[in-house]
Design a protein around this ligand. Structure first.
Ligand code: FES
Length: 128
């Protein structure tokens, strides 16, 4: 029998599982909009909405449309194909959609912006 209250889990340093990749030096988009870029071998959307910068997955989970051709409304990224909407803070699709997009963490260091991506188990194992 397991005594759940006395189980201690090892502390996991999330930053060690995260690989930070430079997205922009000083050329950060200042105007509102959606752009496509690549980082860590993945296609991403960079979104500037209400002054805040976001990085999301670029492929719509509904039928694979390119979300960089979409637009933003009320804190949501709208897919250009069938108008499904995804929350820019947590990636959740609107109620009833049952899907989501990935939201990547962004961090500003000086003038540069970095996107955080989880490292795969294999790349962590074979890290030098
Ligand atoms: S492909 Fe995005 S809503 Fe259908």
């Amino acid at each position: 029998m397991c005594d759940a209250e006395n189980v201690s889990l090892p502390a996991v340093d999330i930053d060690k599982r995260m690989k930070w990749i430079k997205l922009f030096d000083t050329d950060v988009p200042q105007q509102e909009g959606v752009w496509k870029t690549k980082a860590g071998g993945k296609k991403l959307c960079v979104v500037r909405h209400v002054g805040k910068l976001y990085a999301t997955s670029a492929e719509c989970p509904h039928a694979g449309a390119d979300l960089s051709a979409g637009w933003c409304e009320s804190g949501r990224l709208i897919c250009p194909y069938h108008r499904q909407a995804f929350n820019l803070e947590n990636g959740r699709g609107d109620p009833g959609q049952g899907n989501y997009i990935h939201i990547y963490p962004l961090e500003q260091r000086g003038d540069a912006w970095y996107v955080g991506m989880k490292e795969s188990l294999l790349s962590r194992l074979f890290k030098k």
